[in-house]
Design a binder for this molecule. Structure first.
Ligand SMILES: [Fe+2]
Length: 331
């Protein structure tokens, strides 16, 4: 604690998280995983970069996979409400002394590229090239029938500082949070779920060595879609790519499966959270040692889930977590 009330009227309007670029070491292995197994739609390949999207998405891409020598996260993308928002955001990042650059990545309009105070690479754009949606082309459905990208979850060495920046500077609202419950006073913030788009989160922070990406999530329409993916993965050579679940989270109430791609990037399949648009929504508190926090049914996550994540490009010196507290870990 404390949980901050978000800045009520930021001069710019961030609509939602919208895309991610991941460095991968074998583009064909990644295509098999993301397209053939998970079921994302391939928009196009340009050189060594693959552009993918969900079935309902009309944007050119939500996942960008680029062949690199090492698996890294290159950018976490957000959409804003108009072109002017980009200039207002740039102005604010400059006032804060944070690095600002402009780019026009393939498939996107003018794009602001920045880093947050902990070094996480972000980008903001208004326009993305529009492509046909596949929502009603059912013959093309595969895997978990992923509809759209849903959220990022990042390890941060300072959950309170990350929370404060996104709430006070960027206007993110908090829906749920975890704090220490071992009697220390005051309790310390251990994880936080924050949104712009009106569901549980666009972005979550977890206490840990960082900054690193913990996972990126795609949204599926139903629990059955996730269970079907379990059947597909377990019978097509991807059994050891299923890291945790399926299960139901305590936090968010969402149904989930955590997978690992061929480079170890963690991808969650996620469905069934809830509406959070009310401005007076009171954040929901969880104690770190509550056995129903991670999984409503009481199953703890494996140790890998608390320790392994993806490095951000250009941020390879990791800071140890400031909060020293042990979550419940599966034996
Ligand atoms: Fe998640």
């Amino acid at each position: 604690m404390p949980i901050r009330h978000p800045a009520p009227r930021t001069p710019f309007h961030i609509v939602r998280m919208s895309h991610i670029e991941l460095g991968v070491t074998d583009l064909e292995a990644s295509r098999r995983f993301y397209v053939d197994i998970l079921g994302l739609v391939e928009t196009e390949q340009v050189g060594n970069t693959l552009y993918l999207r969900g079935l309902e998405e009309r944007n050119h891409h939500s996942f960008v996979l680029t062949q690199m020598e090492r698996p890294l996260v290159r950018r976490m993308g957000y959409k804003v409400s108009c072109e002017e928002d980009l200039d207002l955001l740039a102005e604010r990042f400059q006032q804060l002394g944070l690095p600002v650059a402009w780019a026009e990545p393939h498939g996107q309009g003018r794009t602001l590229q920045v880093r947050d105070p902990l070094g996480m690479p972000l980008e903001f754009c208004f326009h993305m090239e529009q492509v046909p949606r596949m929502l009603q082309r059912y013959a093309h459905y595969r895997g978990c029938r992923p509809m759209r990208i849903d959220h990022f979850n990042c390890f941060t060495p300072d959950v309170q500082a990350s929370h404060d920046f996104y709430a006070l500077e960027l206007g993110f609202r908090t829906t749920e949070y975890t704090e220490t419950d071992d009697g220390r006073e005051p309790p310390e913030l251990w994880a936080v779920w924050m949104h712009r788009k009106g569901n549980v989160h666009d972005l979550a922070f977890t206490n840990g060595q960082g900054p690193r990406l913990h996972h990126v999530a795609v949204w599926a329409s139903s629990v059955n879609d996730i269970l079907h993916l379990c059947d597909v993965m377990s019978t097509s050579g991807y059994l050891d790519h299923m890291e945790r679940g399926p299960g139901r989270h305590g936090i968010s109430n969402a149904f989930f499966l955590y997978t690992r791609d061929p480079d170890g990037h963690r991808v969650e399949i996620y469905t069934g959270d809830y509406l959070t648009v009310d401005p007076d929504f009171e954040p929901i508190r969880w104690g770190l040692r509550d056995p129903q926090r991670q999984t409503l049914w009481g199953h703890p996550a494996p140790r890998s889930w608390f320790e392994e994540g993806s490095l951000f490009e250009g941020v390879e010196t990791l800071q140890p977590p400031q909060v020293q507290a042990e979550p419940i870990v599966a034996p």
